[in-house]
Design a protein around this ligand. Structure first.
Ligand SMILES: Cc1cc2nc3c(=O)[nH]c(=O)nc-3n(C[C@H](O)[C@H](O)[C@H](O)COP(=O)(O)O)c2cc1C
Length: 486
């Protein structure tokens, strides 16, 4: 009880701090151009990847361009195998014949490459290097001889650091003959539906308005609950300006939000349920605000442990687009089941009640959901981290394998706190880095496994941290969680 009181008085203090200094955390908004086209860029030496690109072109109506090195490769295959190895090993970037002039007009860029020595072919590396793809959704596709895609994704990230990678696809020598059917299935899964001319009708783009997202057919009946708010006041705002509506957040990446929403659309198109109510009709009738809650589900491997992601927003809004869907999408890409909780705002107590209801729902329906209940983890950012820590140590549920906390100034903990991964930016003016570090040290002294990360030159509410010193922290947090999945 004392703990609870402390928690909620801590909340009151935090809310006061949010109000005073919340806007300091804001950073310039990145606005992408208002076009809706798909580009397919491909390099191919023996024709396989070109064939895949042509199929994608037919099915999406996008624009197809060839990536051509200024000096063509010889027709002697064995000589090219040898040359390819030398080029890959030395990181050589061949000069290309042309540069795509209007790449800024495209939202989604499919990039096709044969695998050469466990990575992308050098002309594709040159293409990524020569064009500014920041903020774009890059969808890589590969063909190879059967040895997998190696470190291609890592290298694509290296050459196109600002791009958001989504929905990669590969065909090996044996599956080439099923190319057409496989590409159709894949495009459906990643939410690239039928095209009208060159306009993509089912993929969410950063230029779409909040209302377009709410009304998307894949989100019928629960679209409003995707939003940080519970009403329609921001319906006209395009996704690429959503940062202006999230005052406690920085480094907001509209393309990340779009990619993670498109992942949900892909699952919904494939017939999977992506949203669950956590309250019964009776409960919602008794407390109408409970109609604003629910769980979004990003599936991992069947039976794998689950994570519940609680975005922040000072209990004034739920930063779903920034600290919710993108985290859940990334966690599920690593094979785990991930839920994003839309909770009630207005008070920390409502939010915590909703997290408890969500966990009860998951535990009760674990078989149907296909999630493992052992070794689950609770994730939260800012206000959401308080929720995760509170429920994680409450004893109301089996103890989580890990709690992941991003930038919250909570100083209290109990001896019952689970292993904790804690991150904060050195320039955080809302959650004091010193307080976060002190808590981590005290917990360690109490014998709790804690990993603490301080990122230089990063402020409050950095989300995935992409493009900042905090980039990659979600992967690190997953590794910490894995250490406790025994
Ligand atoms: C230089 C070179 C290196 C290759 N390295 C690999 C490899 O590491 N792993 C693999 O599975 N296939 C490898 N292959 C086979 C190609 O990836 C495969 O045949 C691919 O489908 C060719 O695509 P393309 O017809 O579009 O050129 C290599 C081929 C070449 C020419």
């Amino acid at each position: 009880m004392t703990m609870k009181r402390k928690f909620f008085s801590g909340l009151a203090l935090a809310l006061a701090l949010f109000t005073i200094s919340g806007c300091n955390a804001e950073e310039p908004v990145n606005i992408t151009p208002s076009s809706k086209k798909i580009l397919i860029a491909v390099f191919s030496y023996t024709g396989n990847t070109r064939q895949a690109a042509q199929a994608i072109q037919r099915k999406t109506g996008g624009t197809l361009i060839e990536i051509e090195p200024e000096t063509p490769y010889s027709q002697d295959y064995q000589a090219v195998v040898k040359q390819g190895k030398e080029e890959v090993d030395s990181g050589f970037l061949p000069k290309l014949k042309t540069k795509a002039a209007n790449i800024r007009d495209y939202d989604v860029i499919f990039v096709g490459s044969p695998i050469w020595w466990y990575t992308i072919a050098p002309p594709v590396a040159s293409f990524l290097h020569d064009h500014d793809l920041s903020g774009k959704t890059v969808v890589p596709f590969f063909t190879h001889g059967g040895y997998g895609i190696g470190h291609s994704l890592k290298d694509i990230r290296k050459y196109a650091p600002g791009a958001v990678l989504a929905g990669e696809f590969e065909l090996d020598r044996d599956s080439l003959k099923e190319m057409d059917a496989r590409i159709t299935k894949w495009l459906k899964e990643i939410g690239v539906g039928q095209m009208t001319g060159n306009k993509q009708t089912s993929l969410i783009r950063t230029t779409d308005s909040i209302q377009d997202i709410v009304n998307h057919p894949a989100f019928r009946d629960f679209g409003r609950r995707l939003l940080p708010w519970d009403d329609d006041r921001n319906y006209d705002v395009p996704l690429d300006q959503v940062a202006t509506l999230l005052p406690y957040h920085s480094n907001v990446k509209p393309a990340e939000a779009a990619a993670s929403l498109n992942r949900l659309i892909g699952d919904a198109n494939a017939g999977k349920t992506v949203f669950y109510d956590i309250y019964t009709e009776q409960e919602k009738t008794a407390v109408p605000a409970k109609r604003n809650t629910g769980l979004f589900f990003y599936r991992g491997k069947p039976g794998a442990p689950f994570a519940v992601v609680n975005p922040g927003g000072g209990f004034a809004y739920v930063g779903s687009f920034h600290e919710g869907f993108p985290y859940a999408a990334e966690i599920s890409r690593k094979g785990y089941n991930a839920f994003m909780l839309k909770y009630r705002t207005g008070s920390g107590q409502y939010a915590v009640e909703d997290l408890a209801a969500a966990l009860k729902f998951i535990f009760q329906n674990a078989d149907e959901l296909g999630v493992g209940t052992k070794h689950y983890s609770l994730w939260g950012s800012s206000a959401g981290a308080r929720m995760a820590a509170f429920i994680g140590s409450s004893g109301l549920f089996p103890k989580p394998a890990a709690v992941v906390m991003a930038y919250t100034g909570q100083s209290e903990f109990t001896r019952n706190d689970p292993p904790t991964f804690s991150v904060v930016g050195s320039e955080d003016r809302i959650a004091s880095p010193a307080t976060v570090e002190h808590r981590a040290q005290e917990m360690k002294h109490a014998g709790i496994d804690v990993e603490f990360r301080l990122y230089r030159n990063v402020g409050h509410g950095f989300g995935s941290g992409r493009g900042t010193g905090a980039e990659g922290w979600i992967g690190e947090a997953v590794k910490f969680w894995e250490k406790h999945i025994l």
